[in-house]
Write a protein that binds this ligand. Structure first.
Ligand code: MG
Length: 331
């Protein structure tokens, strides 16, 4: 079977830039792809690599797209190497041109709080809006300051809510120990990446020594990483950015086969990539945890961001995205 293939690269400023332990991030680059089958059915996908997170580069992705030309066979699409997870995620999404089944499923969304003490100012509005889960980036400022802010945040949170922390691998062993001790008796849903991804012994040690659940993010970017941790007996959580991990159907199979406990999370993609992920989430059975898509607008543009993501996601979000118009807006 053959397809007409086209692609476009994009370069978009993040509004506002994102502050993490990796530093400040201000521009998102990627590629959007369009596949049209012999019956004239059109599908879209997004390649949104993050090379510093362990994915392929934008250049590698573009080179694959250039190589396809204007017509591409299903065999050529299937032959993209497994290590190009972002490309494979996009091509599978673009090949799914059927009309989605309506879903009555709903999923909670975790609201991302800004780093530092600005989190305290942002929290009341998010609680008021009805969010049940919150995420706060740590390892950005001084540890003692952040531990103080943590106490303040927890004192503001209603008992029915949960807080996630994300250290982005920035803590030393001593810092991680202090944080995990501090969090032991508190309503922390999990701590993301309390040690660097290269320090797997430290991650196993922390998971065994403390009651707080640990989530792997930078340590488990690709589907084969998740599979390996699961095979080795990991009982924590995985933060999965499906746009980086690989085809959504393979993620679903992995969750079915290994019962992996995953959080679906944004890789700061446009509405095209986000639509593919959220549509899969709304089919159910992929995750029981609040979605990591409550980061507000990424590009400050409805067409590129899609509808506002509130505390509870349902299929009206997907219905509110016009992929064709987003594609056009990206030229
Ligand atoms: Mg993270």
């Amino acid at each position: 079977m053959g397809y007409r293939f086209s692609y476009k690269t994009y370069r978009l400023p993040l509004r506002p830039p994102l502050r993490t332990a990796h530093g400040s991030w201000s521009v998102r680059e990627g590629v959007v792809v369009r596949l049209e089958d012999g019956a004239g059915r059109v599908g879209f996908g997004e390649i949104a690599p993050l090379p510093w997170f362990g994915t392929e580069t934008l250049e590698e992705a573009e080179s694959i797209c250039r190589g396809f030309g204007e017509r591409v066979t299903a065999e050529a699409l299937a032959a993209v190497p497994a290590r190009l997870g972002c490309v494979r995620f996009a091509l599978e999404a673009a090949g799914n041109q059927g009309v989605p089944q309506p879903s009555t499923f709903r999923l909670p969304v975790a609201a991302l709080l800004p780093a530092g003490k600005t989190a305290l100012e942002a929290l009341p509005d998010k609680i008021e809006a009805g969010f049940l889960a919150f995420k706060w980036k740590v390892g950005v400022g001084e540890m003692d300051d952040e531990l103080g802010i943590l106490d303040d945040l927890l004192s503001m949170l209603p008992a029915y809510t949960r807080l996630r922390l994300d250290a982005n691998g920035a803590w030393t062993a001593r810092q991680a120990t202090r944080w995990l001790e501090r969090c032991a008796e508190r309503p922390i849903e999990f701590i993301e990446q309390p040690a660097a991804p290269g320090d797997e012994d430290a991650l196993w040690g922390l998971a065994n020594d403390f009651p707080v659940k640990i989530a792997l993010d930078e340590s488990a970017v690709h589907l084969e990483d998740l599979r390996r941790w699961q095979m080795n007996g990991w009982t924590g959580v995985f933060i999965v950015k499906p746009a980086l991990a690989g085809p959504l159907s393979e993620l679903r199979r992995l969750v079915e086969e290994t019962a992996a406990d995953i959080v679906l999370s944004s890789a700061l993609e446009t509405a095209i990539g986000r639509h593919a992920v959220l549509q899969a989430a709304l089919k159910g059975k992929l995750t029981k945890r609040a979605l990591g898509f409550g980061l507000g607008d990424v590009f400050g543009n409805r067409q590129l961001d899609g509808p506002v993501v509130g505390p509870l996601l349902d299929s009206s979000w997907c219905a509110g995205v016009n992929l064709e118009e987003t594609w056009t807006a990206l030229s």
